[in-house]
Write a protein that binds this ligand. Structure first.
Ligand code: CP
Length: 314
């Protein structure tokens, strides 16, 4: 694998899931030679707990040296080609990406959308400009429109808890007080469409996701009906794609509760975290025996290991 910015960069996504599951079984420390003295730079334009630490842990397990940089607090970068840089932006992406490429063999980037200009966000502008000007492989640590490392870990988790039958997997919108990106939901659909599951998306009217991600996916506005017979409930909030970046509803009736989980086939609860307790999901679900959220976060390490190992091998 040459880079990792979406599932489209992965030659065989199912094989990558299997690799992550295999790496989870490997004795700790047994893969420290894989890094071959390489270095990874992790650039964070936005906050992160899981992505930051799990990618560092994955790199350490593979014997990579890690440089971690709060890019959001560094020199403000200009991403526009041909810009006249007489305002607040001190450094152009052309130099920054080229310079970092001298120091690191892989560059990881975490960036969020502005949620104001849909066209710009959906061009995945910051990530694409890094890809364009970096001279080493780029790994998305979540971009404006996708979170592929999360989706890979989610698929790994579903495989670990897969029932004997073909599972019904529901992605459900849930309320949230702040406007959030569509990245996790977009990416989850993109990856799950390739898995052997029955995939259903449920959300209130107005929260339709971009067609490139929902094409071929069953979509409903009836959350309760959709939960019936589900084996996995993946809850996530996102702001409107159509009325871009806006919160159209904070309807508490969409919160995931024990009553709703009772409609499922003893379904497992999933969320990428961080999660707002008793807004997105009730305590009793999050703390209950069917909650997979901590294991999902654990699997972030093995997902990142599988991705980095594949890039190192190529
Ligand atoms: N799920 C996830 O990406 O968590 P962080 O934002 O903490 O990295």
């Amino acid at each position: 694998m040459k880079q990792f910015t979406s599932v489209h960069d992965v030659p065989d996504p199912e094989a990558l899931v299997k690799e992550a599951l295999a790496l989870k079984q490997a004795p700790r420390g047994s893969l420290r030679q894989s890094g071959n003295d390489a270095t990874i730079a992790l650039l964070f334009f936005n906050p992160s707990l899981r992505t930051r630490l799990s990618t560092q842990k994955a790199a350490i397990e593979l014997g990579l040296s890690v440089m971690d940089y709060n890019a959001g607090q560094g020199w403000q970068l200009e991403f526009e080609d041909g810009a006249v840089m007489n305002m607040d932006k001190a450094e152009h992406i052309r130099e920054a990406a080229a310079v970092i490429s001298q120091y690191a063999d892989i560059i990881g980037i975490r960036t969020f959308p502005g949620l104001k200009d849909r066209e710009q966000d959906y061009s995945d502008y910051i990530l694409r400009q890094f890809q364009r000007y970096a001279r080493v492989p780029v790994v998305s640590l979540e971009s404006a429109i996708r979170h592929p490392l999360q989706s890979l870990a989610d698929w790994v988790t579903i495989e670990e808890y897969r029932p004997a039958h073909r599972p019904k997997v529901v992605l459900s919108w849930a309320p949230h007080p702040r406007a959030l990106p569509q990245a996790v939901a977009n990416s989850f659909l993109e990856w799950m469409k390739l898995a052997d599951v029955e995939l259903v998306l449920t959300h209130p009217p107005g929260y339709e996701l971009a067609e490139e991600f929902t094409r071929g996916v069953s979509v409903t506005h009836d959350q309760n009906e959709t939960f019936e017979g589900a084996d996995f409930i993946y809850a996530k909030n996102w702001s409107s794609y159509q009325d871009y970046g806006r919160i159209l509803s904070q309807d508490a009736a969409w919160m995931i509760t024990p009553e709703k989980m009772a409609l499922t086939n003893n379904g497992k609860f999933m969320h990428c975290l961080p999660v707002r307790r008793n807004v997105v999901v009730a305590d009793a679900v999050l703390d209950g025996p069917n909650s997979l959220v901590i294991e999902q976060a654990n699997n972030r390490t093995y997902a990142a290991m599988a991705v980095l190992k594949s890039i190192l091998e190529s």
